[in-house]
Design a protein around this ligand. Structure first.
Ligand code: NIG
Ligand code: FE
Length: 412
């Protein structure tokens, strides 16, 4: 390789860690990364990288001695644009009222819908920015964000605009998902079918017209959207250029994973009650399972069968599911900890699931999710000497420095 002049050099990392083949991490001791512009130009052992670089004025050099260097976390499932609080509902749940019971009484998602409908695009983007600043602090460099607290054509479009506005004003890259079928709003309670028609005939074409949504997601669940309704919504979205995703088998075993496979979804998410045939179907059609252990923890419910999915060769991904009702966790290191403690994933698997596999779940794996020459320079420096310390120091934040597209976005 010819010598080159990097813009950023990270040297002497105790471990430079990046997903390799299958469920294996590549760990380079005394590692270094050289960044040119927005991309990774070279990486390897410090002694091998240094001879390749010509140092010029303007070069930033970071000494990562005693620290882990790894890819920025990708959070492929969030609902981080919303207004209001559900602390009251949280207290009711603590007294034993189930999540779906609260929803039936007009609380749950619909209580956030009320607050979100009242907020302006700027307000919503502002609330989102506060959350994104904390997420960046935990090492998230790319996050998927769903609509679904508007549930009318205009409010759903407002949410898409708020996602765009939030994306434009801070470093975390956002991947927008239209989720008009998140719940049936109160005004359609008695005419469920009309709401599905509204989503299919009005909202999806409107969302497609704005080009502001890359994916379309549906809450496929008993009492919310049936398999048939979800199929109709997702096929229409696909026809209009949005890629399907499914909230599948979260609370009841409805066959959401099978539906995800049938419609060619990019991911099926939650999967707490996934069936064996759902696992087989996902494997066959390349659906990425996105597991959300923070939600199981927050709802004090069952955990998804992660080991079974890994054993079946599925590229399990992890996400926060950050939302005001079922999981307020914002940091991927907490999710990595829960994945180890509750999903029985190894620290190695959990880190791969939070980076490369998470990128696969939002079709960004060619761009981010690993540290490789040519990929986007989304890089974390962690204040720990071994990546296994991430889940071990459960609940703490190991982030020292965050590099987004080659620029230091945060340093402590
Ligand atoms: O992923 N399951 C549906 N949607 C969210 C919850 C949203 C809410 O309660 O506000 C979830 O858990
Ligand atoms: Fe969700």
């Amino acid at each position: 390789m010819d010598m080159f002049t990097p813009d950023l050099l990270i040297l002497n990392a105790a471990q430079l860690v990046t997903p390799g083949k299958g469920w294996k991490l590549k760990v380079i001791k005394d590692g270094a990364v050289a960044v040119k512009g927005e991309k990774i130009a070279a990486l390897g052992k410090t002694d091998d990288v240094l001879p390749l670089v010509k140092k010029t004025t303007g070069l930033t050099v970071i000494d990562a001695a005693g620290k882990v260097v790894c890819p920025g976390y990708v959070d492929p499932h969030t609902h981080l644009v919303y207004a209001g609080s559900r602390a009251e509902e949280f207290a009711l749940r603590l007294q034993g009222m189930p999540y779906m019971e609260i929803a039936k009484r007009g609380g749950g998602i619909n209580s956030t819908v009320k607050a979100t409908r009242k907020a302006s695009v700027e307000d919503l983007a502002g609330f989102a920015r506060e959350r994104l600043a904390r997420m960046l602090g935990w090492g998230t460099t790319t996050a998927e964000v769903k609509t679904g607290y508007g549930l009318s054509t205009s409010s759903e479009m407002k949410m898409l605009q708020a996602i765009r506005l939030a994306a434009d004003s801070q470093p975390v890259e956002l991947v927008p998902t239209f989720m008009g079928a998140h719940e049936v709003p109160p005004d359609y309670r008695e005419r469920h079918q009309d709401y599905v028609d509204l989503v299919v005939d009005k909202m999806i074409p409107a969302a497609a017209k704005t080009s502001l949504a890359e994916f379309c997601d549906v809450f496929t669940e008993t009492g919310v959207f049936s398999i048939e309704e979800s199929r109709r919504i997702l096929l229409k979205a696909k026809q209009m250029g949005m890629l399907p995703k499914v909230h599948a088998d979260e609370i009841t075993p409805l066959g959401g994973a099978e539906l995800a496979a049938e419609v060619g979804a990019v991911s099926a998410d939650h999967l707490v009650y996934v069936s064996d045939s759902g696992i087989a179907a996902m494997k066959q059609t390349g659906v990425v399972p996105v597991l959300l252990p923070g939600t199981s923890f927050f709802l004090d419910s069952k955990y998804a069968p992660a080991r079974k999915m890994i054993e079946h060769g599925l590229p399990v991904a992890l996400a926060t599911d950050h939302n005001p009702g079922t999981c307020t966790i914002e940091g991927m290191p907490v999710i990595i900890g829960l994945a180890c403690l509750k999903l029985k994933m190894t620290p190695e698997e959990a880190l791969i699931a939070a980076t490369l596999n998470a990128a696969k779940a939002i079709r960004r794996d060619k761009l981010v999710g690993t540290l490789e020459p040519g990929k986007q320079a989304d890089i974390l420096i962690l204040k720990v000497p071994d990546y296994r310390e991430i889940p071990y120091h459960f609940g703490t934040n190991p982030v020292d420095t965050v590099v987004k597209k080659g620029k230091v976005a945060l340093s402590s």
